[in-house]
Design a protein. Structure first.
Length: 284
């Protein structure tokens, strides 16, 4: 993504082999240092904002995170890309037209042979969300899909700022609701033993810091409060009570440990108070 005269990215010398269609390609990487990234605020969704610099302009690290085959549009997180099982490679290759048709509806005119743009970045995270359907539970696919859904939403919010008439704010909300469903499902799977989170070594959800399991629990709670659906007040009440207990337990553990990230504890405390306030209003 090189909209300015100065470089913010480069094409790696290492070649990647797509396990689905056997295309050989190089990956675009974000250059670090030199004042390219000026860290801004951390949102209550654990999304790190960045300030534009006079020299490099706006830089979006999430644009470069997904590894995408530029031919068949198979995508995954970097460390998982080459690990697609041979038994599924044919299915992934054969479904390329479906993926490309879906992308065309949401993110038109993308080309993964070219430098990444905001549009391509959002499309790449959607493809990650889509392609983890092919991975077994040993890869912790559900939480990785939740992270990808949240990243799609954040990039759609950035697209909305650039193109306010294209309704990417609405698309962002849809993907946050999808992230809420996936985070809740992933935490439930972890607690039941059906699918562990341990294969996801970096739970992000952004690129600047790994907030780990506590971060996943916090986001499950935050997304449930803001985007969770319930057909009745009683169901909403029960859902928030469950989240409140989870957050309270996490916050209690965090207070006694110097290893827990401070910003997350403060956000968790604020979330707990917001849930408590809504539950009190429901009771009234």
């Amino acid at each position: 993504m090189e909209e300015h005269d100065v470089k913010v990215s480069f094409w790696s010398k290492d070649e990647f082999l797509c396990p689905a269609c056997e295309t050989v390609f190089r990956r675009e990487e974000l250059l670090s240092g030199g004042g390219r990234l000026i860290a801004g605020e951390l949102t209550d969704e654990l999304h790190r904002m960045y300030e534009p610099s006079a020299k490099y302009g706006e830089v979006y690290p999430l644009v470069y995170q997904a590894t995408v085959c530029p031919e068949c549009w198979y995508a995954a997180m970097d460390k998982d890309f080459a690990l697609l099982g041979e038994d599924l490679s044919f299915d992934v290759s054969q479904s390329r037209d479906e993926r490309k048709a879906e992308i065309a509806l949401l993110f038109p005119n993308v080309d993964f042979y070219e430098n990444r743009t905001l549009m391509t970045g959002a499309a790449s995270q959607y493809l990650v969300l889509r392609c983890y359907d092919y991975f077994s539970k040993n890869f912790s696919p559900t939480i990785k899909q939740g992270i990808a859904a949240l990243r799609v939403a954040w990039l759609c919010e950035d697209l909305h700022k650039k193109m306010p008439g294209e309704h990417y704010d609405w698309v962002a909300t849809l993907f946050k609701k999808k992230a809420q469903y996936l985070y809740s499902k992933a935490v439930a799977f972890e607690q039941s033993g059906e699918e562990a989170l341990s294969a996801a070594k970096n739970l992000g959800p952004d690129t600047d810091k790994n907030y780990g399991y506590e971060g996943a629990l916090y986001l499950m709670g935050f997304l449930t409060l803001k985007y969770g659906c319930a057909s009745t007040i009683e169901q909403r009440n029960a859902s928030l009570e469950s989240v409140k207990r989870t957050i309270a337990k996490m916050f209690g553990l965090g207070k006694s440990s110097k290893n827990k990230p401070g910003p997350l504890l403060e956000l968790a405390k604020n979330l707990y108070n917001r849930i408590k306030k809504e539950l009190n209003e429901i009771d009234d």
